[in-house]
Write a protein that binds this ligand. Sequence first.
Ligand code: AHR
Length: 494
Amino acid sequence: MGNRMVLNTDISKGRINRNIYGHFAEHLGRCIYEGIWVGEDSSIANQNGIRTDVLEALRNINIPVLRWPGGCFADEYHWKDGVGPREGRKRMVNTHWGGVIENNHFGTHEFMMLCDFLGAEPYISGNVGSGTVQEMSEWVEYMTFDGESPMADWRKENGREHPWKLTYFGIGNENWGCGGHMRPQYYADLYRRFQTYVRNYGDNTIYKIACGPNIDDYKWTEVLMKEASDLMDGLSLHHYTYPGEFWKKKGSATDFDQNEWDITMSRALYMDELITKHSTIMDHYDPEKRVGLIVDEWGTWFDVEPGTNPGFLYQQNTIRDALVAGVSLNIFNHHSDRVQMANIAQTVNVLQSMILTEGEEMVLTPTYHIFDMYKVHQDAENLPIEVETEQIINGDVSIPKIQASASIAKDGTVNISLCNLSTQGEGTIEIDLRGKSYHDADGRILTSDHMSDHNTFENPDKVKPQDFQVFSIAENQLKATMPAMSVVLLSLKP
Ligand code: AHR
């Protein structure tokens, strides 16, 4: 059958919100502490306590928005413990994640500084599970009120004269689970109540995000949309990818076989069905698509690396993770009419991270390189594509060989992201370009010889992007031959 694609370069399906390329950093394991925050007195080079190497690497991928402080941690976090002189901050136990001591040295001011340094918008998750309406309300006042008020005065005493700009605020996290084990009707009422006191001060307008469903809990979406969509701007969705069983053995990040590869791909592709079905429910209550679907936790979740703290969720990252990232970002691009933000879990040292650190060493993961290659889609116009591709069949599992998305940037460059999901054999795709003629293109590729290939501190460049030239353009026909297990970016010049 072969692989074919039709690409219309002169029809836009709408803008791809740059926030689809968002990230998530929780007080979990070595993500915030060690991974991002080392403190001003550290021997590791840092800018006001934030490690310089990580900062520079993250700046390079243009993080548009960063979600913090959790995750499950958010519904146990009391923000007042994390402001004021650091040596006086309350120490607490991080009960969700490893039972370690949290010294609250990284709090609101440090997070806002990180966002400033990154040029990213902050997305803060408030505490509904164990917090109060007053506490949430005062946090927003502390961050955004200009003028005289108890919280604004306290912020000034703590060294910040002017309010911060804060747009994205989550009213709780996973309130169907670690955020309070609530039923949807109960949470919908709580959402209505809590959000009332999340105020817009001055010209700061908050985009309010309600806790949405876990994976395929369509009932949760139905209830939330019915009872509270008039008071929300976004509804979250969480879906993680793993080949095994969540509460038993999810599978190793590096030691896996063909079956696990194929199942991992099919579970990543499942995101498309989830978004489609949740969006259908949302369309019923919000046909104008005003409320965004905010996929604020996604990515691979494997067994922790042997010998590491099970509560720290530290896992390696292979070319398989790169394919999961490529496939997922392609799906988000396709659904840019409803998906207004997505945040991969998590930035450093936790789950499908961009970066791994060990002491003063740092390594970029294959997933990092995908975010680097795909940043061209941020705020670009989503282009309609049709793909006809071979299917890879393995028992009950059926996955497409080639999956793709495309967009056109402001300067007229057409960027096509192609994923070859097969572990064996190259894949040739013929692309029928419609709307305009293109004669010149650049190519980048991320691939590797073995499905478990990954970067280590000893061999940090095992999996890294290369120039790609196995393509031709003639008479509006673009033909590319991709090796197995590869992600290719083709940029067609206007
Ligand atoms: O990302 C790890 C955890 O996964 C988050 O804290 C929680 O929201 C989800 O269950």
